[in-house]
Design a protein around this ligand. Structure first.
Ligand code: ATP
Length: 312
């Protein structure tokens, strides 16, 4: 079973408007509310791909109950710890023919007791877990090495972790002695980590970036490059992964869907080639759907067969 971690889940509310008018009332009947947060997108894609998973993290209040009810409705197994604060809402306003304006709540601030209760629960869940995915930002109150500590707890039980984070929590995860099995920075996240500008077409520079000592001990580095596919390092091998041109409906959540593909293929002990092709396919399938973190598995084989992996 894959354990997906979402420490700061939200109810994602999407409002569609013809035009967004500022400093006045906007009305709409086009509202969508989904259980959100990057790890829950990973969970949904794993579930749609018929892979066994449990979603965990921290939830609270009526909004937390709503998120659990949505997961129940979708048949997604979950086991969260609960806090006495409300989980957050994230608002996306889709307007003016393609613009997206977002209002993102910071969410609850966790106490030390909340953090300890979650870590104890995580330890219990690890006993039934073959692979962990950790996605997204940390809620307030948790130190930036909280994910690094989770990786150490998982490693102590011989469970590998795929870490999809950014900024200080990714850096702490790379600096710690127990490394994640895989990280999945996009172009911007890689640039921020190395304090440089990344040119996705410069394969020599990409090789150099991924050879930086900051990544020592991390077996898989998957740099997702949107429509340009991915550049990947696995142990001492480098791969350029290219994908077909497709009709994109909504690219939001593609990184999460890519992580789901990586997790399911690695959990199946697939070959390097299949790991990368699966990840690109779930990423692409997500872009072809209006809903975030959603894939149509019936299209999987068609697109999987159009991904090419070249060792460089
Ligand atoms: P997000 O933050 O939106 O979840 P990300 O920046 O982490 O995404 P991307 O590199 O944009 O991740 O996308 C992940 C994968 O999804 C890509 O490697 C590719 O397989 C697929 N993908 C994303 N955008 C496109 C696109 N425009 N055309 C084709 N495939 C895409």
């Amino acid at each position: 079973m894959i354990l997906t971690v979402t420490m700061n889940p939200s109810i994602d509310m999407a409002y569609t408007l013809d035009t967004l008018a500022i400093d006045t009332v906007n009305r709409t009947a086009d509202v969508r509310k989904t259980a959100g947060g990057k790890g829950l997108n990973v969970s949904r894609v794993l579930h749609l791909m018929k892979h066994d998973l449990t979603a965990t993290g921290v939830l609270g209040g009526y909004f937390g109950q709503y998120i659990e009810a949505q997961l129940d409705r979708d048949g997604i197994g979950h086991s969260f710890t609960h806090i006495d604060q409300e989980s957050r809402n994230s608002i996306a306003i889709l307007h003016d023919g393609g613009d997206q304006t977002e209002i993102l709540e910071a969410g609850p601030t966790l106490s030390e007791a909340d953090a300890d209760a979650f870590m104890a629960h995580f330890d219990d869940l690890l006993d039934q877990t073959t692979l962990v995915t950790i996605s997204g930002s940390l809620p307030g109150g948790l130190a930036s090495d909280f994910y690094a500590k989770m990786v150490a707890h998982a490693k102590a039980k011989h469970v590998d972790v795929l870490l999809d984070s950014s900024g200080a929590s990714l850096k702490a995860g790379l600096d710690a002695p127990d490394k994640p099995l895989l990280i999945k920075p996009n172009e911007d996240e890689l640039g921020a980590l190395l304090n440089t500008t990344v040119d996705k077409h410069d394969l020599t520079a990409l090789r150099q970036h991924l050879s930086d000592a900051v990544f020592d001990g991390v077996a898989w580095i998957v740099v997702s490059l949107g429509a340009a596919g991915a550049f990947v390092k696995h142990l001492d091998r480098f791969y350029q992964v290219t994908i077909p041109k497709i009709n994109v409906v909504n690219p939001v959540g593609s990184g999460d869907s890519t992580l789901a593909g990586l997790a399911l293929a690695l959990d199946n002990h697939a070959s390097d080639d299949v790991v990368m092709k699966t990840a690109m396919t779930t990423g692409m399938l997500n872009t072809m759907e209006a809903e975030t973190g959603f894939v149509n598995p019936a299209l999987f084989d068609t697109y999987f067969n159009q991904v090419t992996v070249k060792e460089v």
